[in-house]
Design a protein around this ligand. Structure first.
Ligand code: EPU
Length: 442
């Protein structure tokens, strides 16, 4: 499942043309795998992508005694949780990598075993702040949280009880934490300020298949009635909207035409509106969405990233590459993550004109205004991109660098591309299918 290739030399300037197929969403599949721990019987998950984040969660399940085997269909995994057991800090740490998923094992493991551990992955990777909502939620359910030198130990000496929870921000992970914990807690849980991303709705679908009782109101309130027993599930994962938006942006940036098999309109409404405003063309089909460049100049846009149903933060980076080719000034105000514009430095080296600002530009003030975060970008286009040597910083930023190299004139060497395999299944094969001109290096 890993990617042995570390570096790609791309001869850019050729449109990407052809068809690719999506599998299930990384940000649903990994949580669905954790949910299997809650069942008394095996679960079957279909359309699991072959990406390294899935391998990490599989490893974490296996160190906790869950048997994982491949099913008959390609992309099908079967999880048997009948022998769930405690794992050692060291084993969890070794399998966790830089993933945040271990925190989501806490509720299910507290129900199954009465205890759970999260390794201390180091201040930069998992400090107290990025999991503060999670720890607060678990405490509300009655978990005892102990900080040890080697990590965090949790126990539930009196079991877990339903709670009234209000999140300070509609966090995806913290909402999933509440769901995965409340379904088997005693009594009723009321969650206010919940995230309602389609991946969360699909996790709710899975939990309902397992026997959970969950109501979703229209005002970010989710109510869960705890039940005593859950069964395994059989489920086909929701398609990966982030991958779909990435290839759509690649079509736009390279003057290309890409049919993204498996993409659906309803979960992508907000992206499609912005894509159309930029001038991108699309056609909705029963089996996917075709995205292509109009052949005329692109338009600049103003985008503010937000929680669902807003414009997702993960869509921002690939689209910024296409916006370097729009005629005029675009503004992107990032309100979900405070540090998500590091990737633009490489684009600037390639000839893009982009400035980043600490102010909340263009829209409303967000929680990062008046603080020291470069979270607004001004993109002036069109600017011709030329090839460069780039080192991939993170998953979405890395895919954006690939797109930039594919649309630039002349050769680019993109290194550290293994990171992209965390979330994009077989992206090298897909680039080949779309006619990209590149050479792989070990
Ligand atoms: N936050 C806190 N404390 C917490 C939890 C979150 O301050 O305890 C803050 C974060 O620092 C961030 C904001 O809340 O500023 C939103 O974070 P959220 O919890 O919603 O994000 P997440 O669950 O960690 C998931 C996806 C991300 C995606 C975000 C937003 C997974 C594995 N990751 O992260 O996906 O950007 O939701 O939709 O589901 C990606 O796929 O590349 C990716 C980063």
């Amino acid at each position: 499942m890993g990617l042995s290739v570390d570096r790609i030399t791309i001869n850019g300037g050729k449109p990407l043309l052809g068809r690719i197929e999506l599998k299930g969403a990384k940000n649903l599949v990994t949580k669905a795998m954790v949910a299997s721990v809650l069942g008394e019987t095996p679960s079957v998950l279909k359309d699991v992508p072959n990406i390294s984040d899935v391998r990490i969660v599989r490893g974490l399940l296996e160190v906790h005694g869950v048997r994982v085997v491949e099913g008959v269909e390609e992309g099908e995994l079967i999880f048997d949780p009948s022998n769930v057991e405690s794992a050692h800090f060291a084993d969890i740490d070794a399998h966790a990598g830089s993933s945040r998923i271990p925190i989501l094992f806490c509720g299910p493991l507290l129900h199954r075993l009465g205890e759970a551990f999260i390794p201390d992955l180091g201040g930069c990777r998992i400090g107290d702040r990025p999991i503060d909502f999670h720890l607060e939620v678990l405490r509300k359910f009655g978990a005892v949280v102990e900080k040890l030198p080697s990590g965090i130990r949790m126990s539930a000496p009196n079991g877990l009880r339903g709670a009234k929870v209000e999140l300070p921000y509609p966090s995806v992970g913290a909402t999933e934490q509440v769901l995965l914990t409340a379904v088997r807690a005693e009594g009723i849980t009321e969650l206010k300020g919940a995230a309602i991303e389609p991946e969360i709705m699909d996790l709710i679908n899975i939990l309902q298949k397992m026997g959970a009782i969950i109501t979703v109101d229209t005002d970010r309130v989710i109510r869960i009635e705890g039940v005593e027993r859950l069964e395994g599930y059989t489920h086909r994962a929701l398609f990966d909207r982030n991958e779909a938006a990435s290839w759509a942006s690649a079509a736009l940036a390279t003057d290309g035409d890409i049919f993204v098999g498996g993409a659906r309109q309803s979960e992508m409404l907000t992206f499609l509106n912005v894509f159309r405003k930029v001038g991108g063309q699309f056609e909705i089909h029963d089996d996917g969405i075709r995205f292509w460049h109009p052949g005329t100049p692109l338009n600049p846009v103003f985008i503010e990233t937000d929680v669902h149903p807003g414009f997702m933060t993960d869509w921002q980076q690939p689209l910024v590459v296409a916006l370097t080719q729009a005629q005029g000034v675009s503004i992107v105000h990032e309100t979900v993550y405070e540090q998500r514009f590091g990737f633009v430095d490489a684009l600037i080296d390639m000839g893009a004109e982009i400035q980043v600002h600490k102010d909340c530009l263009g829209g409303q003030a967000c929680r990062f205004g008046q603080r020291n975060f470069n979270h607004s970008a001004v993109i002036v286009g069109p600017r011709k991109l030329h090839g460069a040597d780039i080192e991939v910083p993170d998953l979405r930023g890395g895919f954006s660098h690939l797109i930039a190299a594919l649309s630039a004139e002349g050769p680019s060497t993109v290194s550290n591309v293994g990171i992209i395999a965390r979330g994009y299944e077989n992206f090298i094969g897909k680039l080949q299918q779309l006619g990209a001109d590149f050479v792989l290096e070990g």
